[in-house]
Ligand binder design. Structure first.
Ligand code: PRE
Length: 287
């Protein structure tokens, strides 16, 4: 199977975090299985998102949340502050990390990976390589590339697919701190009138900055959902970037914008907010 589908005249160009061998690429390949599209690697997650925003590519696939380490902050921050894009679908990928070296050596001085996998394998590293230096790079495949090009004593944390692509040897597998490790990816597009099929379970993502913070403000905002029987599947706060201690809130709402109670709850929350961005309604991922 080619690692990148190259269709020079494809109307859909999907950007992902490269180089070849990342979990993001694996997700992009699965998502694009049935479509003719050109897959384009980028060196960072934010450059993928920004390339969709400028129209350089039509779609971008980026990680947003992991079951061990939580939110991918760069994705949340760029979506909230820097671009006007919508989420059109989500995909959940099981993540199984391996420890990879060039010649199968087990004497390791330095472990290289993306910050998320380094955190997802924190206990394993502390138990087996407490003295190893940790080095964070842009992606797991970039780490594999560096190990392949570097001196002995370097190890990468990444997938078996990355090992195969970059010619590394797996010295330990399934090293993530929890077995059921999963990362949720989202597919982003520019804002157009979103087609909703009105079938199946939908999810809507929003981000807002509350208007005023007095005792009970967040509780009153949450009541707008509960009063309308709208369930939330995720709440996350991030710095508002206005002042220390000021936050913005991300909500994942069960239901689509085509459902009246969801629309009304969002409108009520908008009225309690300084600003609110609708990040899109999209079908829930089902395994
Ligand atoms: O480095 C990669 O392989 C990626 O696709 C990035 C990423 C992430 O940012 O969370 C994706 C899934 C895994 O959780 C680990 C790393």
């Amino acid at each position: 199977m080619p690692s990148v589908i190259r269709e020079p005249f494809a109307a859909i160009q999907v950007g992902y975090l490269g180089p070849s061998g990342t979990y993001s690429e694996e997700t992009a390949l699965r998502l694009c299985e049935k479509t003719v599209c050109e897959l384009k690697p980028y060196t960072t997650i934010d450059s993928v998102i920004r390339a969709v925003a400028t129209g350089e590519i039509t779609e971008g696939i980026v990680p947003i949340e992991n079951s061990i380490e939580g939110s991918v902050n760069i994705t949340l921050d760029v979506l909230a502050h820097d671009v006007e894009l919508v989420i059109v679908s989500e995909f959940v990928l099981p993540i199984r990390h391996a420890l990879l070296t060039k010649g199968g050596e087990k004497k390791i001085d330095c472990i290289i990976s993306h910050p998320q996998p380094l955190a997802q394998c924190r206990n394993y590293i502390a138990r087996h390589y407490p003295k190893a230096r940790l080095e964070a790079v842009e992606s797991t495949a970039k780490a594999a590339q560096l190990v392949a090009e570097g001196a002995p004593g370097l190890a990468a944390i990444g997938s078996l697919r990355a090992a195969e692509i970059h010619g590394l040897t797996m010295i330990d597998n399934d090293i993530q701190d929890c077995n059921n490790n999963r990362t949720r990816f989202i597919l982003l597009k520019q804002k157009t009138s979103q087609a909703i099929e009105e079938q199946g379970q939908y999810k809507t993502s929003i981000v807002c900055k509350m208007n005023g913070e007095r005792p009970g403000s967040l509780c009153e905002l949450l009541l707008e959902f509960s009063r309308r029987d709208v369930n939330l599947s995720k709440i996350e706060s991030r710095p508002a970037r206005t002042s220390l201690g000021e936050y913005i809130f991300f909500f994942d709402i069960e239901g689509g914008i085509h459902e009246a109670h969801v629309r009304q709850a969002i409108q009520a929350v908008r009225e309690r907010s300084l600003w609110l961005k609708n990040l899109g309604s999209y079908p829930c991922f089902v395994l």
